[in-house]
Design a protein around this ligand. Structure first.
Ligand SMILES: Cc1cc2nc3c(=O)[nH]c(=O)nc-3n(C[C@H](O)[C@H](O)[C@H](O)COP(=O)(O)OP(=O)(O)OC[C@H]3O[C@@H](n4cnc5c(N)ncnc54)[C@H](O)[C@@H]3O)c2cc1C
Length: 462
C-alpha cells in the first residue's frame, strides 16, 4: 500500500503543472491518477519510489518540455527507457520521471542497412523489427531490456564476437541536453559527444533517437544445454576451455540457476551466428556431446526467439539484488568458489550469470569510445531474486558470494552492472577515459542535472 506521506505533491506549482500537461503530446501522470501506480513500477519490484510527476513523452518536443520544466522547478530528473536498471535509476522520489516508454518507433532502411529507433524500444521489439529484413544490430542478451540504457552503457550481447558492442554499431544519437537544446552526435557532428555517448550512459542528455548500422543475419543455430548443478565443476571446466576457442561467429554464456523439473542446474547458452549452419553444427557438437546434458535445446532458430529464451529467468516485478564484478581468467579455485556459492542460493529464482566478453568487442582501442573495458574477460553477476518474504537472506547470499569471489576479481566493471552509486567504481570502469568524460560532462551538463545514473561528475575548471 502507498502511504500518504510518501505521495509527493507540488501544489505550489499547480498552474505550471497544468500548463505542462496541456502542452505534452503524451501524458502527464500525477499521484492519484489511475495510471500512476502502474507507471511508477520498474522491472525491479524491490524499488518502490514515488515520483512527483511522470511525463510519458510521445515526441522529442515532449522531452524538451519535460527537461525545461524540471530545470525551471528544480526537480530531480529520472530517465526511463526500458526500466531495467537494477538500481532503479529510472525513477526518483519527489522527482520528475521523463518516461520514454511510449516512444516506440523503429524505421529500417534495408538499402543502407541503417535502423533508426526511438528510446522506448525494448531489445526484443528492435530485433524483431530489423529481422523482418534479415538484418540485425548487436544488443543485449534478453528481450525485455531497453535499447536505451543498454546501448548508452555499451551493450554487450550475443553478437559481440562478430560485430562488437551495441555502441560499436551506433552511427548517431539525437539528444536533448540539460539546457533543452536538441543536438545530433555522430562522427561528423559533435564528435566529442558521439565519443562520450558510446559508453558514457545517461550522463550527457536524453537520447530521443538512435541510429545503428545493421548486418545480415538469417536463421541461427542456438539454444541451451542443461546439466545438474552436481556436475557443475566438470561443466564449467569444459565451458572455460570451450569459450577460449570459439570463433567470433559464436557466443557462449553460463548460468547457475534452478530449472523447473530439473532443479539446481548449470546452463550453457550458446549460439552460432555465421552463414553456414553445417559449420555451426560442427562447432557446437562438443558442447552438445559433453556430459551428455540432461536437456539439449540447441536448434536452428530465428534469432529473436533465441533471445526470448532467457526472459523467464528475469520477469518484470520480481525483487532483485545484483552483485557483479569482472574476472580476467577463471582459476580452478575461482570456479570451485563460484559453484560453492551457487550451492548456497537462498531462492529458486536466484541466478549466477557468466558473460564472456570476447571477439570483435575486444579488438577496439579502449580510448576509441568511452567504454574502456576492451580486454577479453568475464563478467560475473550474482542476481538474488525473490517474490515474497524478507529480502535479507537473499541479499546476504549475493553479498557473501561477491565477497568470496573478490580474490579472483579484476579491476573495472561494465557500468551497466555496477550496483549502487559509487564514484570509485565508475572511475574504475572508465579507467583513463574518465577525465575526458568529466570534461565532456562539464561542457554538456555542468550542473550535473542528469545525475541519477552511474554518475560522471563535471570536471572542476582549473
Ligand atoms: C535481466 C537483465 C538483463 C540484462 N542484460 C544485459 C545485456 O545482455 N547486455 C547489456 O549490455 N546489459 C544488460 N543488462 C543491463 C542493462 O544494460 C542496464 O540495466 C540498462 O540500464 C537497462 O537499460 P533500460 O533502458 O532498460 O533501463 P532504464 O532503467 O530505463 O534506464 C537506466 C538508465 O539509463 C539511462 N537512460 C535510459 N534511457 C536513456 C535515454 N534515452 N537517454 C539517456 N539516458 C538514458 C538513464 O541514466 C537511466 O536511468 C541487463 C539488465 C537486466 C536487468
Amino acid at each position: 500500500m502507498q502511504s500518504n506521506e510518501l505521495i509527493p505533491t507540488i501544489t505550489a506549482e499547480l498552474p505550471a503543472v497544468e500548463e505542462l500537461a496541456a502542452k505534452l503530446n503524451g501524458q502527464l501522470i500525477r499521484p492519484g491518477d489511475a495510471a500512476y501506480e502502474e507507471a511508477r513500477r520498474l522491472w525491479n519490484g524491490r524499488i518502490d519510489k514515488y515520483p512527483a510527476l511522470i511525463a510519458r513523452c510521445r515526441t522529442t518536443q515532449d522531452v524538451v518540455l519535460a527537461v525545461n520544466f524540471a530545470r525551471d522547478h528544480h526537480l530531480t530528473v529520472a530517465i526511463r527507457g526500458g526500466a531495467h536498471n537494477t538500481n532503479g535509476f529510472a525513477s526518483a522520489n519527489d522527482g520528475l520521471v521523463i518516461d520514454l516508454s511510449a516512444m516506440k518507433g523503429v524505421q529500417v532502411d534495408p538499402t543502407t542497412r541503417i535502423a533508426r529507433a526511438e528510446p522506448g524500444v525494448k531489445i526484443g521489439e528492435f530485433i524483431r523489427a530489423t529481422q523482418q529484413y534479415g538484418l540485425i544490430a548487436p544488443t543485449g542478451i534478453c528481450s525485455d531490456t531497453g535499447i536505451s540504457g543498454s546501448t548508452l552503457g555499451g551493450g554487450i550481447g550475443w553478437l559481440m564476437g562478430k560485430h562488437g558492442l551495441a555502441i560499436d554499431n551506433a552511427l548517431s544519437f539525437e539528444l536533448v541536453t540539460a539546457d533543452g537544446r536538441l543536438l545530433k552526435a555522430s562522427a561528423a557532428e559533435n564528435a566529442d559527444l558521439f565519443w562520450g555517448l558510446r559508453g558514457g550512459g545517461g550522463n550527457f542528455g536524453i537520447v530521443t533517437a538512435f541510429e545503428y548500422q545493421l548486418h545480415p543475419l538469417g536463421q541461427v543455430l542456438a539454444g541451451m544445454v542443461i546439466h545438474p548443478l552436481a556436475r557443475a565443476k566438470e561443466v564449467l571446466d569444459f565451458y572455460r576451455d570451450f569459450g577460449r576457442t570459439i570463433p567470433d561467429d559464436m557466443g557462449a554464456e553460463a548460468f547457475l540457476a534452478t530449472v523447473p523439473e530439473v532443479g539446481p542446474a548449470v546452463i550453457i547458452m550458446a549460439g552460432y551466428f555465421g552463414d553456414d549452419l553445417a559449420e555451426g553444427e560442427r562447432l557446437l557438437a562438443p558442447l552438445r556431446r559433453f556430459g551428455p546434458p540432461l536437456v539439449d535445446l540447441i536448434q536452428p532458430i530465428a534469432y529473436p526467439d533465441f533471445v526470448s529464451m532467457l526472459d523467464p529467468l528475469a520477469p518484470v516485478g520480481r525483487h532483485y539484488h545484483e552483485s557483479a564484478y569482472s574476472v580476467k581468467q577463471f582459476s580452478d579455485e575461482a570456479l570451485a568458489t563460484l559453484i560453492a556459492r551457487a550451492e548456497q542460493m537462498t531462492s529458486p529464482f536466484s541466478v549466477t550469470i557468466i558473460h564472456h566478453i570476447h571477439g570483435a568487442a575486444t579488438r577496439i582501442a579502449p580510448e576509441a569510445t568511452a567504454f574502456a573495458l576492451r580486454e577479453p574477460h568475464y563478467i560475473v553477476i550474482h542476481t538474488a531474486a525473490w517474490e515474497e518474504g524478507p529480502a535479507e537472506p537473499h541479499i546476504a547470499w549475493g553479498r557473501a558470494s561477491y565477497a568470496a569471489m573478490q580474490p579472483f576479481a579484476s579491476p573495472g566493471l561494465y557500468v551497466n552492472f555496477i550496483m549502487g552509486e559509487t564514484e570509485e567504481a565508475v572511475r574504475a570502469s572508465y579507467r583513463t577515459n574518465y577525465d575526458r568524460l568529466a570534461a565532456l560532462k562539464r561542457k554538456y551538463d555542468p550542473t550535473n542535472f542528469f545525475r541519477l545514473n552511474q554518475n560522471i561528475k563535471p570536471a572542476v575548471k582549473v
